[in-house]
Design a protein around this ligand. Sequence first.
Ligand code: FEO
Length: 406
Amino acid sequence: MHGAFEAVRITDRVWWVGAIDWKIREFHGYATYRGTTYNAFLIKADKVTLVDTVRAPFFDEMLSRVASVVDPSEVDYLLSNHAEMDHSGGIPRALEVMRPEKVFTSPKGAEALKAHFHQDLPLEEVRSGERRDFGGVWLSFLETRMLHWPDSMFAYLEEEKLLFSQDGFGMHLASSERFADEIPEDILYREAAKYYANILLPFSPLVGRVLKTTKDMGLEIDLIAPDHGPLYRRQPGWIVDHYAHWAEQRFSKKAVVVFDTMWDSTAKMARAVEEGLRAGGAAPVQVMSMGSNHRSDVATEVLDAGALLVGSPTLNNNIFPTMVDVLTYLEGLKPRNLVGGAFGSYGWSGESVKRLEAWLERMKVELPAPGVRTQYVPDAEALSQCHQLGLSVARALVERWSCQEG
Ligand code: FEO
């Protein structure tokens, strides 16, 4: 009798046995409007190896897919490429049901799995550059520390020219299709960029290094199999090239204006700033109210921007809470090569603009012009100052972009 869930064969020896999470809309602070997948893979050679697992509540779905290929008790090895719970959550039950001989993982993976599960695990550590026999097929390993966690690693299956890349090259996208070439490119681009911006951006220098190491290793890659979203079987270079571009964080002429407002005064200022930016040559200009945008969408827009301008009213001597939220989030993501500015309205104390500027400076955003603040409702003079702020930032942006482009 067939179970409800079938594995999907992706090469001669490898099956996708993951789970599709159509429902999830929040992933540790990241809005996942299109759900996600937790990809796990089964390698069937003289030994049977399960590569990563799924988030714990999806274990039975994964087990059903495994059972469509082999009796789960025939799984000899687990390979844990990343210890975060969306990939390791199924390990405790996999140990009970499958009783694998070994769980292969990086040295940092061993530490992380012990600290998550507090139980005896049949761990065997593998390191960068090692090559191991998995029952007549060979896997080699590359530790990719901090992409996404210290434990993360890539595993390369030589016989299939297949790179298991855990979070790397992933995206949060639930779909019936398993391959990127079956999905419209605009959706792929948007979700891949969002994933990079929200998960990998802080580690961009490391992304550049890992891409170089992978290239230097001379690996022939026919298929990239990340732990989230679709697999790349045709033109795997598409996603690699985008990663190389995002990792560089080059100046662009794009500007992002992020604001919130209480009585529409800071919103009016944002509109005048946008006019100034456009007049100064910034393009495109994306204006985002925190009343109607999620922090993770702001991060996605900032990924390929060269300017970040922020506006906040003063509330109780401080920055408006939604702006604190988005700035805390953006600061952690460490976007680089930005110019910017600050603006906002106030009633009597007026601290927000100074605080916004201090925050931007901490984020290493260059401020070519002083911030603009206005009491209560901006008049024509205040709006003109906002326009001028946009103009000054755009001119600085275009100048830096021109220098970069030579
Ligand atoms: Fe998909 Fe860092 O876990």
